[in-house]
Design a protein around this ligand. Structure first.
Ligand SMILES: C[S@@+](CC[C@H](N)C(=O)[O-])C[C@H]1O[C@@H](n2cnc3c(N)ncnc32)[C@H](O)[C@@H]1O
Length: 312
């Protein structure tokens, strides 16, 4: 099989991720929606609803509970179906604390989905969704999980319990974090992203040369200094924990091949789908909340228009 040479990245000096310029992609057309006609268990709490499909670009969005959807997916594809998972799960930090937003003191309340149920139940939940991600990954597939200290240690422990192979822990350094109002702690300026393979024997993909090129012809370090989402990324609404496209795009470019399938069980405002489009990969996104799916859909449609405008 002839493997395509990686696209030449456009090297930018800004700290927004120095990612390749977006161009038209010549990747293999997607074979189809892996969730098409999927029937959930009769005892499912939430019906599965397809809210967006673009077979041409390979993007499918579903409203549903990711635990139930991944159960059904692993029954359909017992050998695995996704080449990569990007998961930004609930952080369990909306518990009455305060933070600083746009110069004002505000309560930390990102939504009911982000409330903590105590360390044991939170860990049980983390293990439950990670176990399902592991099942739906192809044998050499990898998973990236982002989180703050509220959740990331439980995620790392669950990965070890499940026999995943931890490959790296990336420190996402935020150049301009909100100040710490209490003046009793250091300013929280990083989030962690754990990168792990499905199992110890997995032969994971790492596009070393491309990462090296993006890092300015040096080995890329595990500290990524990347700005928060740009204003343009919030043009269709804001998700309270929206990730910058640059981060997810880098994860995808590092660990998948053109045309591969990326699955996000906690899609939120659609960042992973947009990043997958930029990188020329397929994407299945699952999200509980209709409001966030609407936002995701608008972002994906707008991406299509932008690419068409560059092409013609
Ligand atoms: C941390 S946010 C993800 C933000 C996303 N990375 C972005 O950039 O917009 C987690 C999301 O998971 C969703 N969620 C929580 N539990 C879920 C579940 N069981 N199934 C599917 N989605 C869920 C929440 O509604 C929330 O939008």
């Amino acid at each position: 099989m002839v493997r395509k040479a990686p696209r030449k990245p456009r090297l930018r000096s800004v700290s927004h991720g120095s990612l390749p310029k977006r161009t038209a992609h010549t990747y293999v057309l997607p074979a189809g929606d892996p969730l098409e006609g999927l029937v959930l268990d009769a005892a499912s709490v939430m019906p599965l609803k397809k809210v967006f499909a673009d077979g041409g670009r390979g993007v499918w969005l579903y409203q549903g509970n990711c635990l139930e959807v991944m159960d059904a997916l692993s029954q359909r594809f017992p050998e695995g179906v996704a080449d990569m998972v990007f998961a930004d799960p609930p952080y369990f930090l909306s518990n009455g604390g305060i933070t600083c937003h746009a110069g004002r003191i505000v309560k930390v309340d990102k939504g009911a989905w982000d409330r903590s149920r105590g360390p044991e139940l939170n860990h049980e939940f983390n293990r439950a969704w990670l176990e399902r991600c592991q099942r739906i990954l192809k044998p050499n597939g990898t998973i990236w999980v982002s989180g703050t200290h509220h959740v990331i240690f439980s995620v790392g422990f669950a990965m070890q319990q499940l026999g995943m192979k931890i490959l790296n822990d990336i420190a996402w350094e935020k150049p301009n974090p909100p100040p710490n109002l209490s003046c009793r702690y250091f300013t929280h300026a990083t989030e962690t992203i754990i990168w792990a393979a499905k199992g110890e024997k997995a032969k994971h993909v790492f596009n070393y040369e491309l990462m090296r090129e993006i890092a300015g012809n040096r080995q890329m370090k595990s500290v990524w200094r990347i700005l928060p989402p740009e204003n343009g990324e919030k043009a269709f609404g804001k998700h309270p924990t929206q990730k910058p496209v640059a981060i997810v795009e880098r994860c995808i470019l590092a660990s998948t091949r053109p045309g591969d399938l990326v699955l996000d069980p906690f899609l939120g405002g659609g960042t992973t789908a947009v990043a997958a489009l930029h990188a020329g990969r397929k994407c299945v996104g699952i999200e509980l909340e209709e409001e966030y799916l609407r936002m995701s859909k608008s972002r994906i449609v707008a991406e299509g228009k932008q690419v068409r405008a560059t092409l013609f």
